[in-house]
Design a protein. Structure first.
Length: 400
């Protein structure tokens, strides 16, 4: 068999393998959703998505009214975020307390005395698919919560677990600011329990240590009865009258101030640009990264694989970064540690507003560039960057 005959066959086999894997993965997701919804209906469990439904008692309200402005970003194609451009006024972040709550299952799902799941204490209200942040044990336990025998009891606790809390972006941008809000309110004492993931990552544990609450943590997975559950607001909020979410600048700035200080980051000093490599990641890798890295080095960028850096090292690196470039991925969440950098996000297929909203909430200039993708999966597509075109784009819009 000649090479000309072999190559199309190999490509076809790879495609069939990809399709099979996608069908299996998608079927698993659909089956999981069906089972969860069926169990929820059979158990007649109510999920409270908005805190106004039955939100408990407000015990702290920050003395600040957030305001965020979303501006247009420079790109090489028509921006998909135009409906998000504008100025938005946000309510002050609050902390509420809910009494007599039971935390159940792998995600420490909070359930009140009436068997209602407090969804607003788990994820921001705009997250549509709540059931990915709970497990069957929690849903079944909610319908017989008064009969459950707790494995642990605590006076005051806060749950920091959901289906995405082990993702670096969601942990840094959506979970840690809630911890800082509790610290600013003076609500974390020696006996206060912070419930985290059953199998936390190293950077989750280290970030809590740096915030001074490393000794307060308890891992999820057991049934915990809580007298007073603290529920701080999420940084992500939907402005009144809109369908999309934005981030509260005050909560992000408070987190940045605390962690850059404790990590001894030289915030005022500006160093070379940072080029984030995804060479050790799954998906969205730049196939011609070496060629691109060489070209970016001539513009003052240094390539970093963030998997090789500890949490404090990442905070210190990005606190002094003048320019940040990288493919869409969790590493871009580190722009949070910078006060006035410029960010260029590289896309292969599709667009996600996560880093657009983060950059605008921080007052950071945001650019994005769409490049050719080489994959059957848009979300995980590896990229090929036209080096000359991309460096010209950076030279025009992000000069060193």
């Amino acid at each position: 068999m000649s090479i000309c005959q072999l190559v199309p066959r190999i490509a076809c086999l790879k495609y069939l393998k990809y399709v099979a894997n996608r069908v299996i993965a998608r079927s698993a997701v659909v089956c999981r959703r069906f089972v969860y919804r069926l169990v929820t209906r059979l158990c007649n469990v109510q999920i409270l998505r908005q805190k106004e439904d039955d939100f408990g008692t407000v015990i702290y309200r920050a003395r600040v009214e957030d305001e965020v402005t979303h501006s247009k970003a420079v790109s090489n194609e028509r921006p998909p975020y135009l409906r998000m451009v504008g100025r938005f006024l946000l309510d002050s972040p609050e902390v509420i307390v809910k009494r007599n709550v039971t935390l159940i299952g792998e995600f420490a799902t909070p359930v009140d005395e009436q068997g209602q799941i407090l969804g607003y204490g788990v994820v921001p209200s705009n997250y549509r698919e709540f059931l990915r942040h709970a497990d069957v044990k929690a849903i079944i336990g909610a319908c017989k919560v008064t009969q459950l025998k707790p494995e642990m009891h605590c006076d005051v606790a806060c749950c920091l677990v959901n289906g995405w809390s082990t993702s670096y972006y969601h942990w840094v941008v959506e979970i840690l600011p809630r911890v800082v809000l509790l610290l600013e309110a003076g609500l974390i004492e020696e006996s206060t329990v912070l419930v985290i993931d059953k199998h936390p990552t190293i950077w989750q544990l280290r970030s809590l240590e740096l915030l001074g609450v490393g000794n307060n943590i308890v891992r999820a997975g057991q049934t915990i009865r809580v007298d007073k559950l603290l529920i701080p607001d999420f940084p992500r909020v939907v402005p009144l009258g809109y369908s999309f979410s934005v981030l509260r600048p005050s909560m992000l700035r408070a987190l940045r101030s605390r962690l850059t200080s404790v990590c001894n980051a030289e915030v005022g000093r500006r160093t070379n640009g940072v080029f984030i490599s995804r060479a050790k990641s799954i998906g969205r890798r730049i196939l011609n990264e070496d060629e691109l890295s060489d070209a970016l080095a001539r513009l003052g960028f240094v390539r970093y694989c963030l998997e090789e850096l500890g949490f404090e090292e990442q905070v210190r690196l990005f606190a002094t970064a003048d320019r940040i470039v990288g493919p869409h991925g969790a590493g871009l969440a580190n722009m949070l540690w910078s006060s006035d950098s410029r960010v260029c996000e590289i896309y292969g297929a599709g667009w996600n507003a996560s880093f657009y909203t983060l950059a605008n909430s921080l007052g950071i200039e945001y650019f994005y560039k769409c490049r050719a993708a080489r994959s059957f999966s848009p979300k995980r597509a590896d990229l090929i960057v036209e080096v000359g075109d991309f460096t010209d784009f950076l030279t025009r819009h992000m000069p060193g």
